[in-house]
Ligand binder design. Structure first.
Ligand code: ATP
Length: 375
């Protein structure tokens, strides 16, 4: 195989790089329990996709279906025009990185990384060149002679990544690869993974329950809930316009206020209830009418102390005040007992009564989900 090494940044591997991967109606049931409802997704070469959702939502099921570790109940997976869901895992040739690194403890780092190439019968010189390059990329050249037991958790995870990408797979699947690392290392490895993805020109599908991780890593996110896609979009799309209150909660809209519509028109909606009254922006196709039950989602950074001229949402008593440098994080409780989360640069002490406001475009008004969770 001929390759151009070229510049290390944005290096492309035309021989193995994925063009397009299509998941069409991919679903999986365990007996009567549907773990994954039909999932449709197109992944373009070079994309970093995060599958995000709470425990049990079907992330690992989706990833294992892709990897070939789990047969589909229905649907198909097509890689560059070729159906692959009927192939066994080794024929799909996807790279896999899991949370338990599954390294061979008796082999050196170099031997671990070279193992797959040896199995595939790649010549010695070629294998050495590829292993060297990948070790350089994951910054482990100095550790190449060591055994996994002599490495830190982050280094071991980088060996696992190196072992996957040295095979130059069309797609790399990662299942919560950072969950065994401590918080500081997780942050460091997060940017390492993004850098490696870019420098090696990978296409990556990454499973996580950590929205911050997903938002910081991925070009696009697939948010799953109870085996169903809630929303697919870029971080900015999900952040600015979550499709439902569950996605909103995942995206840091900590204030989810159950209210009732007082009035609604094309310009916006007025929602009220308990001690609160606010102007918000309806989200969703169906227009709202007075009396409709809604959930209003507001991020703490958008709920602020009202200026004198502003229309207030409510009054509340500050209960917990946390110092975070220039801003304070405040938890305040209304007379009716609702807890509000806000951030402010002004001085607030526990026990102070605060008057809070929100800009209408920052208060998203969702129709209240029914018992099945459908808005
Ligand atoms: P986690 O983050 O906890 O790993 P997940 O989002 O990856 O969760 P899955 O492991 O895909 O979730 O599981 C989805 C659903 O399918 C869950 O309700 C789970 O209990 C169920 N499930 C998973 N594996 C099996 C199995 N082998 N047999 C029966 N049910 C299963």
């Amino acid at each position: 195989m001929t390759e151009t090494l070229g510049s290390p940044v944005g290096r492309k591997r035309p021989d193995s790089q994925l063009g397009e991967l299509h998941l069409r109606g991919v679903s999986r049931a365990y007996g009567a329990h549907t773990a994954l409802n039909p999932l449709d997704l197109t992944v373009k070469g070079g994309e970093f996709i995060a599958l995000l959702g709470p425990s049990g939502c079907g992330k690992t099921t989706a990833l294992n279906c892709l990897a070939g570790l789990l047969p589909l109940t229905e649907g198909e997976i097509v890689l560059d025009g070729r159906r692959v869901d009927t192939l066994p895992p080794e024929k799909r040739g996807f790279g896999m990185v899991f949370q338990n690194y599954a390294l061979f403890p008796h082999m050196t780092v170099r031997a671990n990384v070279a193992f797959g190439l040896r199995m595939r019968g790649v010549g010695k010189a070629e294998a050495r060149r590829r292993v060297d390059e990948v070790l350089r990329l994951v910054r482990l050249t100095e550790q190449a002679h060591k055994h996994p037991g002599q490495l830190s958790g982050g280094q071991q995870q980088r060996v696992a990544i190196a072992r996957a990408i040295v095979m130059e797979p069309p797609l790399v699947l990662m299942d919560e690869p950072l969950s065994n690392l401590d918080a500081a290392l997780r942050l460091q490895m997060r940017s390492e993974i993004r850098r490696i993805h870019q420098e090696f020109g990978l296409t990556t599908l990454y499973v996580t329950h950590d929205q911050e991780e997903a938002l910081s890593l991925a070009d696009r996110l697939v948010v799953l809930r109870a085996g169903r896609v809630s929303q697919i979009g870029t971080p900015a799309e999900l952040y600015e316009r979550p499709a439902d209150p569950h996605v909103a909660a995942f995206m840091g809209y900590r204030n989810l206020l159950p209210l009732t519509i007082a009035s609604a028109d094309a310009a916006g909606a007025v929602a009220e209830g308990r001690d609160l009254r606010l102007h918000g922006t309806p989200v969703g196709a169906r227009p709202l009418s007075p009396g409709d039950e809604v959930v209003v989602a507001v991020r703490p950074e958008d709920l602020r102390l009202a200026e004198a001229h502003e229309q207030a949402v409510t009054e509340a008593v500050a209960e917990i005040v946390e110092y975070h440098g220039r801003v304070l994080h405040v938890e305040a409780v209304t007379r009716a007992g609702d807890r509000l989360y806000l951030k402010t640069g002004r001085q607030v002490r526990p026990g102070d009564t605060v008057t809070v406001a929100v800009a209408p475009e920052r208060a998203l008004v969702f129709r209240a989900p029914d018992e099945e969770g459908t808005p």
